[in-house]
Design a protein around this ligand. Structure first.
Ligand SMILES: *Cc1c(COP(=O)(O)O)cnc(C)c1O
Length: 349
């Protein structure tokens, strides 16, 4: 740390993203990326657009907003776009949570980081013993951020449960739907009904574009206007040209993504079943990952042994979940390799 760093940041603990090793080729099951490439039409659109990179992108991102609005059955004025949905979280914590915000003890790690960065008071609510969320514990909170489905547990709250929280909270409820496309539940259509709801989505998981950095929020126009004000006060061109054009093309090839999602769901079932046969405990997941523990082996050991064998999964050191590993669903072949290696590891232990 330099002696120039502002005092308020000296204690800040930054978010630690999952490993992106550049040294050797791993089977990457650690950051919930899609194992399949973006659709061919996305690749073509990017290629066609690349000769315009000398020009700034449209700062209002009108075309992409209109497409997303159409898809979610809202108006363009209800859509905000960002450089990854992490940026929406950043703007929301910066803009809305003066009265504090409630979120779970086991959830997306960035919520705590942004609370600390922006001096927001975090009311951290423990999950139940079975890692489910008890909606009633959020009733009457000043503001709420909730990942639905939750990460890294993969468990989901029903719409009615989310709605009961929205009704009880006078401030905002931000629902982070990074994994919603892999499950059955979305609250995006509730935005019409509640002016204190933000639903957030990302292209990083179900749309195979983690590397392009594109996230979006759907909310009441006044909330969107606030987010736009922050964006135009920090980085007006937050969506670059290639990402913008890719984002539009992806929405036009829904079939491709539906097929990818179906493959993930099939292999999620395969992986969960096989893990259970090996003695792992794993709840049914609503996401593109499985959260599992083996009573015979520490989470850290599973992680290390897999890494030695060229497979990366995610392990968290937080006390409540350190027995677990989070395994992203890759291709069928990758999951078969994972299961084979786990078999070997458990036999040798
Ligand atoms: C991956 C993820 C995000 C961030 O996604 P980006 O759009 O890549 O910034 C947000 N929330 C949760 C719960 C995630 O898992």
């Amino acid at each position: 740390m330099s002696r120039f760093f502002n005092r308020r940041f000296r204690e800040l603990e930054a978010y630690v993203p999952g490993e992106q090793p550049q040294d050797k080729k791993y089977i990457k099951l650690n950051t919930n990326e899609m194992p399949y490439p973006p659709s061919p039409s996305v690749l073509k659109a990017i290629n066609d657009e690349s000769s315009s990179l000398n020009l700034y992108p449209d700062p209002s991102a009108a075309k992409l907003k209109a497409k997303l609005a159409e898809m979610y059955g809202v108006k363009s004025e209800n859509v905000f776009l960002s450089n990854g949905s992490d940026e929406i979280l950043s703007f929301a914590f910066m803009s809305f949570f003066d009265n504090g915000v409630s979120f779970a003890d086991i959830t997306y790690g960035f919520y705590k980081v942004y609370a600390d960065l922006y001096g927001v008071n975090a009311n951290i609510i423990p999950l139940n013993d079975d890692f489910t969320i008890d909606p009633e514990q959020y009733f009457g909170s000043a503001n709420v951020v909730i990942a639905n489905p939750n990460a890294p547990t993969g468990l989901v709250l029903l719409r009615e449960e989310i709605e009961s929280i929205i009704k009880s909270v006078s401030g905002l409820v931000l629902v982070d739907e990074a994994y919603a496309d892999f499950g059955e539940v979305t609250c995006s259509d509730l935005v019409e009904k509640y002016d204190n709801l933000i639903v957030m989505g990302t292209y990083s998981k179900s749309r195979a574009m983690a590397g392009a950095r594109l996230g979006f929020a759907i909310a009441d126009k006044q909330i969107i206007d606030d987010l736009e004000k922050i964006k135009f006060s920090t980085n007006p061109y937050n969506i670059n040209r290639l990402t913008m054009i890719a984002g539009i093309a992806a929405l036009e090839d829904k079939n491709y993504y539906d097929e990818c999602i179906e493959k993930i769901k099939t292999d999620r079932k395969f992986t969960t079943d096989e893990l259970r046969k090996l003695g792992f405990e794993a709840a049914d997941s609503n996401t593109n990952f499985v959260f599992a523990r083996n009573p015979r082996m520490a989470g850290q050991t599973v992680y290390e042994e897999l890494k030695k064998r060229g497979i990366l999964v995610r392990h968290f050191s937080q006390k409540r979940i350190r027995d677990y590993v989070r395994i992203t669903i890759g291709t069928h072949e990758q999951m078969q390799t994972l299961i084979n290696e786990l078999k070997n590891i458990l036999e040798e232990a």
